[in-house]
Every structure is written in structure tokens, then in C-alpha cells.
Design a protein around this ligand. Structure first.
Ligand SMILES: [Zn+2]
Length: 176
């Protein structure tokens, strides 16, 4: 198994705390991924999605996974398990430093995630505290914050997957 952290970045203007609409661990938020088969190298043509609320039981008491899928080319089965509790929203401070934030960690067997699609169902708030619902599928967003009397904008969405290690310390698990 390999653990992959999904890191996202964006240019935020007057906005902060970009995240899925009910948080990084939003049970119904679909994380859209393109996957590469580790056996034959085939990349899935379409993005598949995983959500925390949808799980599949694995055979022979091997627990459950959020995705069980056979490679269309070689037939090898791969699984993905989502690991909640690791994500934090993207803040304007991170954006200004051109840093990314981790939203979710994926435990992948047989597949490597190679692309993430943002899609709809995001939220952020203005630096004056006004909440905004955001559809990231267009890659940009602009609105006017009535309360702060200033425009707010989002653009230049970026994402990458980083291989991370599981670290256990004092009964707490984190990935870095
Ligand atoms: Zn394959």
C-alpha cells in the first residue's frame, strides 16, 4: 500500500478557508480522481470518484474500501481507502505564500492517483466572514462581498498528489 496526500492550492483574493462545503471530511463530497494501474500503467479514461459515505466490503473479512475497481486493460483489481481527519482548509495566508494544503489522504493498493478534478460543492469565506458557496468546476470564481464591500476572487486552482508516510506518536496518527 502507498499513502497519497491530496494537496491543493489556489490564488485567493479576499477569500479564505477553501474546502468542500461540509469540510474536508464531508461524507458526501465526491473526490474525483484519475487512476493509473500499477500493474500495466493504464490510466482510467474517465475520473472515478470516492466519497466517505460509500464503502464496499472486501472479501474474506478484509474490511472495506471506498473504491474497488478492476483495471480495464489488465484486469487487476485495485482498492482505495480514504483516511479522514487529515485535511485542513486552504487559507489566504497559504495562498499568498503559494503553499498547498492537504485535503484528504488515500491508501491506495494497485492504483496510483494521477489527477484530481475540483468539481462543484466547495465553500470559502471572505476575510470579513461572509460565506460563499463555490463551484470550482470552471476553475475560477468571482463575487462581491456586500459586508466587506470588496470583490472576492478565486483562480489558478492546482492539485498534486504526494506520497506520505504514516507516523504514529503518542496514540495519534498523522501522515507527512
Ligand atoms: Zn492494468
Amino acid at each position: 500500500m502507498v499513502y497519497y496526500a491530496l494537496l491543493v492550492g489556489a490564488e485567493l483574493d479576499g477569500l479564505t478557508n477553501l474546502q468542500p462545503s461540509r469540510g474536508c471530511d464531508d461524507p458526501n463530497f465526491p473526490y474525483y480522481l484519475k487512476l493509473k494501474c500499477e500493474n500495466c500503467g493504464e490510466i482510467t479514461a474517465k475520473s472515478t470518484y470516492v466519497t466517505l459515505s460509500e464503502q464496499v466490503d472486501l472479501p474474506k473479512g478484509h474490511g472495506s474500501a471506498h473504491l474497488v475497481q478492476k483495471c480495464k486493460l489488465c484486469g487487476r483489481e485495485g482498492t482505495i481507502v480514504m483516511i479522514p481527519g487529515q485535511g485542513t482548509p486552504l487559507t489566504i495566508e497559504q495562498s499568498q505564500k503559494e503553499e498547498k494544503t492537504c485535503l484528504m489522504v488515500f491508501d491506495c493498493r494497485g492504483y496510483e492517483p494521477v489527477e484530481f478534478s475540483f468539481g462543484a460543492g466547495w465553500k470559502a469565506e471572505s476575510v470579513h466572514g461572509t460565506p460563499f458557496e463555490i463551484d470550482c468546476s470552471e476553475g475560477e470564481f468571482s463575487e462581491y462581498d456586500e459586508k466587506g464591500e470588496c470583490p472576492v476572487e478565486l483562480g489558478n486552482l492546482q492539485s498534486t498528489f504526494k506520497v506520505v508516510k504514516k507516523l504514529e506518536r503518542g496514540g495519534k496518527t498523522r501522515f507527512a
